[in-house]
Write a protein that binds this ligand. Structure first.
Ligand code: B12
Ligand code: SF4
Length: 456
């Protein structure tokens, strides 16, 4: 019987199109195991379990410690789970982006919790868990928060020293992503931290210090996932995968040298890619790069402290397309320095760039970000149901100004998705892709449902 059960909480609103492994729980489970403890993982989101079903599983496992992970959008679900699990665990602990940002305030929202953890917990949490199980009552562990003790977030100095995530404890057959239909997939962190300072970014878990892993270790992890778990599709979710271009080229070279037949996607900043790097990435199996483009306007980019120029966006997208790699653009709408017309220009910019996919999000002041402090100061902060399609849960923070009311935000989000996805040229292009028609039909139906059901 495991002493410790780690849980990714249920996602309210059934059957999301993405099911992504909780890499943090995989890392924690392998670190606990390395420290000589037995752990189990219940990925309720991936398994489609509700809170009662998780409670029943936990009761049957009878662990001493239950650890729950939570981002802010899933904090409501995590708190509900903590309540349901209270009778079944000696100690209930919350970790992840939400407690990392909120610190001791989690206990106001959820008094059922015994402890919280801030930051990267692979080194500190196993030491704490061992002490708890041994009956010690020490609290001097980096990142540990108690009802009367705060702590700065814990950090892992050298991520290469960590054991690979415990994939054998995760439901690998449940994960899916529309980019890789029918393939087994995994997420990978090949570096941690990012030195940039985008105003909307929560860096309370991984921080500003860039800590790359060595190419050999990264490719060994890919190989292990391929050979032991049949994974052929990988998603690099590093904060800033392409900060060091030589390192990325070295990873690509190794993938090619080892003859690893895989497909992968990654997230890059537009100012860190060039034609040569992208051609290496393509050769090594990269099928999609996601860029945080955010807006079409330089004044908006500057206000977001994005540290990029509009011209860099155009170059990066053009080079990526020339390399034969698909491009996903992330955009933010509802900037206080831009009006409705200007946001529509952002949508038109997304169309002109020739992106394969675009994701539009409303500007959200997540706790732990500089934007959160600004929103509090200006009275712009509001918690509410999300205003975009496919948003899970209901705890998304919104930035509401006199101009950007919820109704106006909903209208721009609705129009953005319709304008980008429901144009004939896009529909034709997507329908002609292999498996494109099916994907299009699915996303079209979802979009239609959202527009009929939720638009104002
Ligand atoms: C992959 C990813 C996703 C994936 C899936 C998330 C998943 N299942 O893990 C997808 C694409 C679905 C996604 C979506 C969104 N995401 Co996201 N995502 C990420 C990303 C890039 C990587 C997550 C990861 O694997 N991290 C690596 C591991 C090692 O870190 P970790 O999971 O946090 O776990 C560590 C610690 O937190 C801690 N820990 C975690 N759990 C526990 C539990 C216990 C008991 C303990 C002790 C410790 C502990 O220890 C772990 C090991 O060090 C992060 C950025 C980042 N740097 O983490 C953003 C991030 C988590 N996402 C974020 C956001 C805002 C979103 C969206 C709202 C974006 C949007 N479209 O608007 C949605 C909402 C998703 C949702 N419902 O929660 C924010 C969250 C901010 C916040 N305060 O909640 C982040 C931090 C990005 C950022 N820098 O602002 N995301
Ligand atoms: S959004 Fe990306 S580039 Fe900006 S600070 Fe966050 S991780 Fe770094």
């Amino acid at each position: 019987m495991p002493q410790i059960v780690l849980i990714n909480p249920p996602i309210p609103g059934k059957n999301p199109s993405l099911r992504i492994p909780s890499l943090g729980l995989g890392y924690l489970a392998s670190s606990l195991r390395q420290a000589g403890m037995e752990a189990a993982v219940i990925d309720a989101a991936a398994l489609g379990l509700d809170h009662d079903a998780v409670a029943r599983r936990v009761a049957s496992l009878n662990p001493d410690i239950v650890g729950i992970t939570a981002t802010t959008p899933l904090s409501g679900s995590a708190y509900q789970l903590a309540k349901a699990l209270r009778p079944h665990a000696r100690w209930l602990i919350l970790g992840g982006a939400h407690p990392s940002a909120l610190s001791r305030r989690i206990f106001e929202h959820c008094p059922e919790l015994d402890y919280g953890f801030r930051g990267e917990a692979e080194e500190s949490f196993p030491r704490f868990a061992k002490a708890l199980l041994a009956g010690e009552r020490r609290t001097d562990f980096p990142g540990l928060i108690t009802k009367d003790q705060d702590s700065p977030p814990a950090s892992v100095r050298d991520p290469d020293r960590l054991p690979f995530p415990a994939w054998d404890l995760m439901p690998m057959d449940r994960y899916r992503h529309p980019l890789f239909p029918g393939e087994r997939l995994a997420t990978v962190f090949s570096s941690r931290g990012c030195p940039y300072q985008c105003i909307f970014c929560d860096k309370t878990v991984c921080g500003a210090k860039y800590r790359p892993r060595g190419p050999r270790s990264v490719v060994a992890e890919l190989e292990a996932l391929r050979s032991r778990h049949g994974v052929t599709a990988f998603m690099f979710y590093d904060d800033l995968f392409s900060l060091d271009r030589e390192r990325v080229i070295a990873i690509c070279r190794l993938i090619l040298e080892r003859g690893l037949k895989i497909r992968w996607k990654c997230e890059c900043r537009v100012n860190t890619v060039d034609a040569e790097l992208l051609s290496w990435m393509k050769k090594a199996g990269c099928v999609q790069v996601a860029f945080g483009i955010e807006t079409a306007h330089q004044k908006g980019l500057d206000w977001l402290r994005k540290g990029i120029k509009v011209g860099q966006v155009q170059d990066a997208v053009a080079h990526t397309r020339q390399a034969g790699i698909g491009v996903l653009g992330y955009f933010i709408l509802g900037l206080p320095v831009q009006d409705y017309e200007e946001e529509l220009e952002t949508v038109d910019f997304a169309v002109r760039l020739g992106l394969d996919y675009a994701q539009f999000a409303s500007l959200s002041p997540f706790p732990g970000t500089p934007l959160y402090d600004l929103a509090q100061e200006k009275g712009w902060y509001k918690e509410g149901p999300g205003v975009a399609p496919e948003e899970y849960g209901d705890t998304r923070p919104l930035l509401i100004t006199d101009y950007w009311t919820e109704a106006r935000l909903k209208r721009i989000m609705n129009q953005a998705y319709r304008r980008f996805y429901l144009r004939p040229g896009y529909i034709l292009k997507t329908a002609l892709r292999p498996s494109g028609f099916l994907a299009l039909a699915r996303s079209g139906l979802r979009l239609l449902g959202w527009m009929l059901g939720r638009s104002s």
